[in-house]
Write a protein that binds this ligand. Sequence first.
Ligand code: FUB
Length: 638
Amino acid sequence: MKTILPAILLGIASAALAQNPVIRDQYTADPTARVFNNKVYLYPSHDIMPPAAQQRQGWFSMEDYHVFSSENLTDWTDHGVILNQENVPWGRSDGYAMWAPDCVEKDGKYYFYFPDAPKSGRGFAVGVAVADSPEGPFIPEAEPIPGVMGIDPCVLLDDDGRQYIYWAGGPMRGASLSSNMKELDGPVTQMEGLPEGFKEGPFAFKRNGLYYLTFPWVRKEGGTETLAYAMSTSPLGPWDFKGIIMAEHANRCWTNHHSLVEYRGQWYLFYHNNFFSPRDDKRRSVCIEKLAFNADGTIREVTPTMRGVGINKATERIEIDRYSSAEKAQTAYIDTVTPRLGACVTLQGKGSWVKYEGVDFSCLDDAYLTIGVSAVENTSLCVREKSAKGKVIARIDVTVKSENGTFRRDMSGQWLTLTAPLQHTPKGITDLVLTCEGEAISVDWLRFKNRPRYFTEVAKNASPAHPDSQGFIRRWRMMTPIAVDVRSNVVFTDTWLRSKFADELAKLPKRKARWYTLDSENYNVKLFRFAEKYGKQTYGSFFWCETVIDCPQDIANVRLACGSNGASMWWLNGEEVLMLEGDRRMVEDDGMSQRLTLKKGRNILRTAVINGPGLSDMCVRFINEKGQPVTSFTVLNE
Ligand code: FUB
């Protein structure tokens, strides 16, 4: 079930750099963003579906506030509920009227301003709650701010130490706020110079000595809200109307509401739309775009995008339907009944493309591409760097018949996760472009995945290693495996193994095998991957590994506990201590030695592992008399 999204939600803006909407697990609206302690804090309204107890169904419904924070505008932390309607002494506990808030910091205290339905009287009052941290807990004052009846409070801290509060609900008004931040200390002033038409949601700030009053504004009869602004040389006006910051939402989401914030040298516009609730514009979601000023201080109009701001790591799930620009591409909800499943983009045939800006490839090592697609014809697409003609990073072929076992389309055109090797790995931050190379194809997401490394080579001067928290020894000196002619593991009797290992060990001095000192990323040392990494035979191999254990003192009465795939033999300080014979699967502590003593100083542990047609690995640790892993030694790099 697909619904084509309106054009303005499709993100066809070229200069867009977190994907919109930025909060996805709940509805958020009326975003006030503030920078505290070098992080961006987001104080939005929290839209919910009206509970049965709410008189006016289908209307706004808000019972509490959450605060979110982010350092990169991509990853947002929800710090939870900071204020609930039940905790406001003067507010109705069933008002569901906790509309647009603001929060400012003054002298180390955080003042949170919020509208609510008062217990007595009609309409809205505005209250303040105080905290020692931007994340709360916020303690509401006993009474609302006298003289401020309305909605959408906003506070401006001027650089002369004074502060002003603005609010809506009727004409837009403002007043000087006392230094205790909790009451007015000047007359209520109606904002002069603003255009005709419905206005609300004031957000005031000062930049380069000029005051800005920005506000949602309905510019034409029967219209919906734009975001507009006016400028002044004084904090309470009169104002000089300047124009639009953002035009009406294309899908007629009636409200918009915003804030502007400068963070790390860049200005951002926070606003909302109803992407996750397309048929109900009272359930909204916060989005972010970059914003710029002209030399004369006026604001450049902002085009809403789905790409939003922030950089994505190539190893994150990149929702490509949140593209920055496109040619012959169409975005649609994956399922209109469940908008939170998000959208997909259909590339409508050869020549069509989508560009996704700002992907950081520096996290890639040995990577491959995974991509979620749906196609009903044989087709191909390329993931390229920078432009539609850019270098191919990976090519994805969707075929009816699998040629190499990697790609196969589902006959009904369902969603498929395909993988492809990388032909080229970009460096640093760059833009991704998906180009359609055949019939139409829909794409939901893509992600680059680093292949597990399994091993890290240990530098000669590396410090000693420790067993892991479960006592498994992960540092080993390993000889490149020797191919053996074993087609079945049924031969792995103790007699056969002793004889075979004795043979192989006798030949060792003459072999030109290479040795590697490696740290295993896993508790089980994946010998198969070791063989693969160094280009040796992976099945039918004999592995020889040793490690040096350094003990601060004698550790008596321990047992060597091992598992291996397939059979293995173990020696401690030259003495055979354990054999795991037969066609083994690797199981922790599969076999245990007799009681042993690890002597003070160096102890050499050796193992030989042999496997025929299977994935070889082994794990080993020492267990004490209480059955606990022994971790009180180090593993030397020799
Ligand atoms: O969120 C409820 C109201 O919708 C706000 O207070 C207005 O600004 C509008 O966004």
